[in-house]
Design a protein around this ligand. Sequence first.
Ligand SMILES: [Cu+2]
Length: 245
Amino acid sequence: MTSPRRHLWIAAAAWAVLSIVGIVLVAGIQIIPVIASREAVIENSAFVLLTIVSVPVLMFVVVGLAYSALRFRANGDETDGPPVHGSRGFQSIWLGVSFALVIGLFGYGAVGLIDIRGAQSSDFEVQVRSEQWAWHFEYPDAGVVSKELHIPLGERVHLVINSDDVIHSFWVPAFGVKQDAVPGRPTQIYLTATVEGTYPGLCAELCGFGHTDMHLTVVVSGRAALESWLSQQPKPSPQPSGSPP
Ligand SMILES: [Cu+2]
């Protein structure tokens, strides 16, 4: 007959081994499929941390369930077991660990969020205007409006997002940024692209019949290539831009 303490040790050992194996397996994964900005790196690290922290919690439930089902199976005996009473020590540990996890994850998330949104400065600004069902990008310094978003590599870009009609959402998965476009209330994103290339984006807020076709394209290039592209764009005739500051 195995003593209760021995059962605990066996289950704890199984939990520890499975948790370590699980953590090793998930520690290096890239959860955001394409990472092309500084912000996406920070967000991916938060996803990875959440996954790592969830492994011991998951294994605690799985091992507890599986060990109990396998070792304490009641063969043919369908009467109730003895009543279970609370354990002050176990409850304290449970609450303490849960509290520490919540506070720790909050702290990590807050540091990342401040890193992404904290500094309100930028090297390059674009006014993003959305409508059913298209995106328009205005470059105030160059006086150009385009259908594609062109931004410089390695510079902090400030996007001021507006909507002409209903709520849309500007989302570029590779940059790890998603921001609602709210009519009458400009919203903002700061991002720093780290890899040259062309990236797809889309509207992430159901906004009517054309929502699924409300795609956008972002082109990241060096500053010189961007300036040259801007200089080749037709300048719209002067009129109020309709984008409040
Ligand atoms: Cu939409």
